[in-house]
Design a protein around this ligand. Structure first.
Ligand SMILES: O=C[C@H](O)COP(=O)(O)O
Length: 334
């Protein structure tokens, strides 16, 4: 995987990804013929997902580079009822320096950061203050996260409040009932309203795939959210019984591929919930590379929503450079 070394505005040399500017997906009118035509062959999808999980997708020598890339794509997350300013500040410190200087030196790499920090609305000002000057975006979960069952006008207002507080990315939750009842117009209208409330902030549509009943519903909901202007589609809140999986990923990234083929707009993908192992992160990256290509392996088009993945990646990097594992508590992120 190729990365570049560039100078930051502060004069520090930083290990960074090539700067690319992707035009935002503006959305399009709801095309019900396209939505109805979408199918999902569950057994073929599960076979393909099983085969990628079974094989070693990355040569050992390249693993450290892939793990560093994974870090740059993490939305480092804390979404707990007992979150405090102190915890969020610690998380932000970790987002700024996710890998120890010693490991970076041994790998011959320059500093990196995570893709973003993701918090509840109440924690947005703390995160914004802690990340000021770093360029690391703050993402806020919104719209009555995780169930999304508060009144629509309040969900829209919540987005506006988070943007006002400094969040530049908003992770909204869709109304699962619109999918389960096949009311695609209602899903489209809701998503459109959320996108509008976001203004310049980028919007990630959380489908809560574990609650959508079928892979066909996942495919259709992905498409409708992209038609309504989602910048990213995201699997899960992390609070459903089943969160990110490889079959769901395959369905969603193929929807992204089809949308790009028809419209020319690239939509991002964020698997979230339960991704806590470095080897799983590599499997996801390999799947994205095979299905969507290298362009999607950048933080503007791919993120992991994860609270504990970084700790395991650090352990694996340390093992890579020292040959031995350190205690897990040394790499806790909160
Ligand atoms: O969007 C992010 C998820 O809530 C994180 O889930 P996790 O705690 O299982 O990593």
């Amino acid at each position: 995987m190729q990365t570049q070394t560039t100078q930051t505005a502060t004069g520090n040399t930083t290990h960074q990804l090539p700067q690319v500017t992707e035009p935002r997906n503006p959305g399009m009118p709801l095309d019900m013929d396209w939505v109805r035509s979408v199918q999902a062959n569950t057994s073929a999808i599960e076979r393909r997902a099983g085969s990628i999980a079974a094989r070693r997708s990355v040569k050992k020598a390249h693993q450290a580079a892939w793990l560093l890339r994974a870090i740059t794509c993490i939305d480092l997350t804390t979404l707990a009822g007992d979150d405090t300013a102190r915890r969020v500040e610690r998380l932000c410190a970790k987002a700024r320096h996710p890998v120890s200087q010693g490991i970076l030196d041994q790998l011959g790499m320059k500093p990196i950061t995570t893709g973003a920090v993701c918090v509840y609305h109440e924690m947005v000002p703390t995160a914004v203050a802690a990340l000021r000057g770093t360029g690391i975006p703050v993402a806020a979960v919104s719209t009555g996260f995780p169930a999304g069952l508060s009144p629509l006008h309040l969900r829209i207002e919540e987005i506006r409040e988070s943007v006002k507080a400094g969040a530049s990315e908003i992770d909204i939750v869709i109304s699962r009932r619109h999918v389960l009842s096949g009311d695609w117009q209602a899903l489209y209208d809701e998503m459109r309203a959320f996108r509008e409330a976001c203004g310049e902030a980028h919007v990630k549509a959380i489908l809560a795939t574990g609650e959508l009943g079928s892979l066909r519903n996942v495919a259709r909901a992905s498409l409708v959210c992209m038609m309504a202007g989602a910048d990213f589609i995201k699997t899960s809140t992390g609070k459903e019984g089943v969160n990110a999986t490889l079959p769901v990923t395959l369905v969603m990234i193929r929807a992204i591929r089809d949308y790009y083929a028809r419209t020319g707009f690239r939509v991002g993908y964020k698997p979230a919930g339960g991704i806590s192992k470095a080897k799983d992160a590599i499997t996801y990256l390999a799947l994205i590379k095979e299905e969507l290509g290298d362009r999607w392996l950048m933080p503007d088009l791919f993120r992991f929503g994860a609270s504990s993945l970084l700790g395991d990646i650090e352990r694996q990097l340390e093992h890579h450079v020292t040959g031995s594992y350190s205690a897990g508590y040394r790499h806790a992120t909160s």
